[in-house]
Design a protein around this ligand. Structure first.
Ligand SMILES: [Zn+2]
Length: 576
């Protein structure tokens, strides 16, 4: 059996505060990774053999226009569909606006009438003139308001009409309508088909009223059945797992020569590198799967092996990202500052520019992967995205969700005190609501969350009592925001024990706390241990250190020389 040797870099920095679990120096907060020579194991090189083959069988002759590739036509179709939706939303908005204006007018008029009436009753003739003046002013105001409302409504209507003209379709025949209804079903099914969920694609057709009489839909069902039959089950124990830390948006700030530069250079990845790696892995046939596709858990806490069915040539991998908290020490160092949900419900980042203005965009892994999958749905297996590992002490996802920000204990970390001083408007509930909104949008998009321990602790070294206290803090401060998790990704690439299998009080404690999936760091192509009560998985760091010192260990994924960012200082500092 394979000996598990996690890459551990002992936290060299002395812990300042045993209780808070926070570390003394900022870079101790990142997982520093020790290099390890890959064991030459030529039998495992089969990953390299057919990597670029697409594996998607060609669509049958009569379905060539419906090839699984995203065609320009399809993109246009989607755009037109989106435009129609937008026009519809705009019309609804105007209708609502009009109704509101009308209600306001009626209410204002009623109020005016009541005032006039009351004034008449109470003040009699002597105030008649004044009342009449009031009436006049009121009427003028009302008229002005009405005119304004009408003008706004008219202009909004014109806008909507303009939009509609662009997307208006000619009169339809019954045949056309049927074809369009079929198109809609096909479009929905295609998304599932592209993500290898052929059963669900088929169900969309067979559940439809149109199915019985539509030859076209029958052909699609046949096509998806064929595709499913062509898939092969990938061995669960041969699934690779790669991970990143927060991505560097501005290398000139991350690598500015200050005391954090070496650490960032070792364990971080730039956006440019990340995008190149993602594209390269996609081109090789890699497909993101969920760790929960590998095994599920039954009601007794026992693991049930999963099945990953992919077309030949496709290679599953699990993705994760550690420390997605946007720690204080990363401020002004060229990283995004938080995750947010934009008005379309998409998850984005905030990035603070040099002049203090805030840009909203795709500045870290989560939105970048979301965008990539929008363009390339076949990069995700049945909608799976990655696992986001969170500590709690600085809050999560860029929100200051930890109770310590509110209780402000005497020994509160200096950067928290500074942050609180700069943010007198801080409100714990608001922060938690903000983070919750992001977490919910992410979960809806296929993302999973994991504990990275609340205090970024080395689980192999700490006492049992410390592990209990830390877990409690995670359960109180993080779980309610993310909705709980049964995945733990150990900080520092540490592991519970060095024995072949998990056992002992720390494992029993974590299992008792509901954890079923355990991840460390490992430099092998894959390390998967599926046992009755847990799934344990090694992860490979795709960062400056690995690309610089062990590029050959990444050959199955991408060409490190082509990816390595020329803005990085070299040599990358050695560990330790
Ligand atoms: Zn970490």
């Amino acid at each position: 059996m394979r000996e598990m040797k996690p890459d551990i870099d002992e936290p060299k920095k002395k812990r300042k505060d045993e209780d808070s679990g926070e570390l003394d120096l900022p870079l101790g907060e990142l997982d520093a990774i020790e290099p390890e020579q890959a064991e030459a194991d030529s039998t495992e090189d089969d990953l390299d053999e057919n990597p670029s083959e697409d594996g998607e069988d060609k669509a049958p002759e009569e379905l060539t226009d419906d090839n699984e590739e995203i065609t320009q036509e399809e993109i246009e179709e989607e755009k037109a569909y989106e435009a129609r939706r937008a026009a519809r939303a705009e019309r609804n908005r105007i209708r609502k606006l009009k109704r509101r204006r009308k209600r306001m007018l009626v209410m204002s008029l009623s109020a005016a009438a009541v005032i006039v009436l009351a004034a008449g009753i109470y003040f009699g003739d002597e105030f008649k003139n004044r009342v009449q003046d009031m009436q006049k002013t009121l009427a003028e105001n009302l008229n002005e308001r009405r005119e304004k409302a009408e003008m706004e409504a008219a202009s909004a209507k014109a806008d909507a009409q303009k939009k509609e003209e662009v997307t208006k379709e000619p009169e339809k025949t019954a045949d056309q309508e049927q074809k369009e209804a079929e198109d809609r079903l096909i479009r929905r099914a295609r998304r599932y088909g592209k993500q290898y969920d052929y059963d669900r694609a088929i169900k969309i057709f067979t559940d439809s009223e149109l199915y019985e009489k539509s030859e076209r839909l029958h052909k699609y069902v046949e096509k998806y059945k064929k595709k499913k039959a062509s898939c092969v089950a990938w061995p669960i124990e041969e699934v690779t797992h790669v991970f990143y830390h927060s991505l560097i948006v501005d290398p000139s700030k991350a690598f500015d020569g200050d005391y954090k530069t070496d650490g960032f250079n070792q364990v971080m990845t730039t956006i440019d590198e990340f995008n190149k790696i993602t594209q390269a892995m996609y081109d090789k046939g890699y497909v993101m799967v969920s760790i929960k596709d590998m095994a599920s858990v039954d009601e007794n806490g026992n693991m049930v092996p999963g099945e990953i069915l992919l077309p030949p040539g496709k290679i599953p991998f699990v993705l994760s990202q550690d420390d997605v908290c946007y720690y204080h020490f990363m401020d002004n160092n060229g990283f995004a500052t938080k995750l947010v949900v934009d008005e379309d419900g998409k998850v984005r980042n905030e990035y603070i520019n040099d002049d203090g203005s805030v840009s909203v965009g795709d500045y870290d892994m989560v939105p970048l992967i979301d965008r990539f999958v929008e363009e390339h749905p076949d990069f995700s297996y049945r909608g799976a995205k990655g696992i986001i590992a969170l500590t709690g002490y600085n809050g999560i996802l860029g929100y200051r969700t930890d109770s310590s920000y509110e209780t402000r204990p005497d020994d509160l970390d200096r950067d928290k005190v500074e942050w609180l001083d700069a943010h007198p408007e801080f409100n714990l509930e608001t922060e938690r609501e903000g983070a919750k909104k992001v977490a919910e949008a992410m979960k809806k998009n296929g993302w999973l969350f994991a504990s990275h321990t609340w205090g970024h602790l080395n689980v192999g070294e700490i006492s049992m009592e410390r592990l209990q206290r830390d877990t409690q803090k995670f359960k109180e401060n993080v779980d309610p925001v993310i909705g709980g998790t049964d995945i733990i990704i150990f900080a520092f690439g540490a592991d519970l024990n060095q024995a072949e299998d998990y056992s002992g009080e720390k494992f029993e404690f974590l299992k008792g706390q509901g954890y079923n999936y355990f991840c460390n760091v490992d430099s092998q192509k894959y390390f998967v241990q599926l046992r009755d009560r847990y799934l344990r998985m090694g992860r490979r760091n795709l960062d400056g250190y690995r690309m610089y010192y062990n590029p050959e260990m990444l050959d199955d994924l991408f060409d490190a020389a082509a990816v390595f960012d020329p803005t990085r200082p070299v040599p990358v500092a050695p560990m330790g």
